[in-house]
Design a protein around this ligand. Structure first.
Ligand code: FES
Ligand code: FES
Length: 165
């Protein structure tokens, strides 16, 4: 066993883990952070996406020991004082989920997309989300939600155009 110290959703933890323990299993089984889910065992689906020091990673592809000394944010750490993160709100308002299984990872990845590029085109959003699979194929509304969160949806673009004319 190896001792790790990690900050998860703003709380410091110090735990013994086996060197082979995956970050996603540490989060779910030792910390009870079941908002982060496992959708495959091949690093393909992105359902397990979390932020490690502010950038997205597939937590089934990271060992818990690799998070030692680092800062992890899960879907459960996004809301502040009961207020949804703007990306969570956009997913809700755009009906960007069906079964919801992909949603935690999709939201974490979508935030990373906007961190990298605050004003992406639709194509850039689609490329940014290509590592996250939605088995319900709800991609259309997912892209709309990211556009809304970025302020680049056609409605907000039209409003901005109107304000300028
Ligand atoms: S569970 Fe991590 S990519 Fe599918
Ligand atoms: S909403 Fe069902 S997998 Fe995406």
């Amino acid at each position: 066993m190896t001792r790790i110290s990690v900050t998860v959703d703003g709380v410091d933890y110090s735990d013994e883990v086996e060197p082979r323990t995956l970050l996603v299993h540490y989060l779910r089984e030792q910390l009870g952070k079941t908002g982060t889910v496992v959708g495959c065992d091949t690093s393909n689906c992105g359902a397990c996406t979390v932020h490690l020091d502010g950038r997205s990673v597939k937590s089934c592809n990271v060992l818990a020991v690799q998070a030692d000394g680092h800062d992890v944010t899960t879907i459960e750490g996004l809301a502040v004082d009961g207020e949804l993160h703007p990306m969570q709100r956009a997913f809700h308002e755009c009906h960007a989920l069906q079964c919801g299984y992909c949603t935690p990872g999709m939201i974490m990845q979508a935030i990373d997309v906007l961190t990298e590029n605050p004003h992406p085109t639709e194509q850039e959003i689609r490329v940014g989300l290509e590592g996250n699979l939605c088995r319900c194929t709800g991609y259309h509304n997912i892209v709309k939600a990211v556009q809304q969160a970025a302020g680049t949806s056609s409605a907000s673009v039209a409003a901005a155009d109107g304000a300028q004319s």
